[in-house]
Write a protein that binds this ligand. Structure first.
Ligand SMILES: Nc1ncnc2c1ncn2[C@@H]1O[C@H](COP(=O)(O)OP(=O)(O)OP(=O)(O)O)[C@@H](O)[C@H]1O
Ligand SMILES: [Mg+2]
Length: 243
């Protein structure tokens, strides 16, 4: 894989009233890498993902994705360009089957796709994520592990070039989290770049090639896992707060 820059954020800021949730953040995601964003609760991680996927407009700063300025694009146009997003709070349509939920992902942001193509994509993703045996099960009947898989699968059905994952392993038992780690590795091997937010440090250590640490809306450290784990500012950010 080349190390070309895929996504570039420059001085991105988001305020909620007086609170600066994301404060002048600049970072790069390189083609083919697995990048983790970590930080204490309320650090601004999910907000950052909301800015990247276009759910919230930025107050200032700019974003480039695959050579194009996406700062002002709506979410579906970002999805169409290859930004795929899995949410921290999983919200499938409970009465629809796993397959039907995935079809929604398969047509999202692709006005010109055919149902035949969408079905083919869904089949591939069902296989990749191990959800095939559950294809006809209503999403409301899934276990937490299966729910998390469905959320990742739904994002994969948008055929992302960059997959954004927000705590997709939260609540999983350690063995289940490691299964999910293997799935993310498989996804990356299929050519997808991954940016993930995670609180579980064993997962970050096992998966991330590079780690960006946020605190109070700002990037306070960046580097390999062992580098940031040694960083004094990072240790201070995690001490005395429930992270
Ligand atoms: N829609 C919103 N309206 C007002 N404030 C918000 C909104 N979304 C987030 N915030 C605030 O912005 C700050 C950053 O929140 P964010 O959800 O991005 O943190 P986080 O790093 O994802 O935290 P966690 O690890 O708990 O998921 C918090 O103080 C939060 O209360
Ligand atoms: Mg969050």
């Amino acid at each position: 894989m080349s190390s070309a820059v895929m996504l570039q954020l420059s001085g991105v800021t988001k305020r909620f009233g007086g609170l600066v949730a994301v404060n002048n953040v600049s970072l790069e995601v390189r083609q083919g890498e697995i990048l983790a964003v970590i930080g204490p609760n309320g650090a601004g991680k999910s907000t950052l993902l909301n800015l990247i996927s276009g759910l919230y407009p930025t107050d200032s700063g700019s974003m480039r994705f695959l050579e194009a300025d996406i700062t002002l694009l709506p979410p579906e146009q970002r999805a169409w360009r290859g930004l795929g997003r899995a949410f921290q709070i999983v919200q499938p349509f409970p009465e629809m089957t796993v397959r039907e939920n995935l079809l929604v992902g398969g047509i999202y942001g692709k006005p010109r796709t055919s149902m035949k193509t969408a079905h083919k994509v869904v089949e591939d993703v069902l296989r990749l994520t191990g959800l095939e045996p559950k294809a006809e099960t209503p999403a409301g009947e899934l276990t937490l592990l299966e729910d998390k898989r469905l959320e990742m699968a739904r994002a994969l059905c948008t055929q992302p070039k960059l997959l954004l994952l927000d705590e997709v392993m939260a609540g999983l038992r350690p063995a289940e989290a490691m299964e999910a780690v293997e799935l993310v590795k498989k996804v990356r091997s299929s050519g997808v770049t991954v940016l993930f937010i995670e609180h579980l440090m064993p997962v970050v250590r096992a998966l991330a090639e590079r780690v960006v640490v946020m605190d109070y809306g700002q990037v306070i450290a960046e580097g390999r896992y062992d580098e940031v784990a040694q960083n004094a500012k990072v240790r201070e950010a995690y001490l005395g707060r429930s992270a």
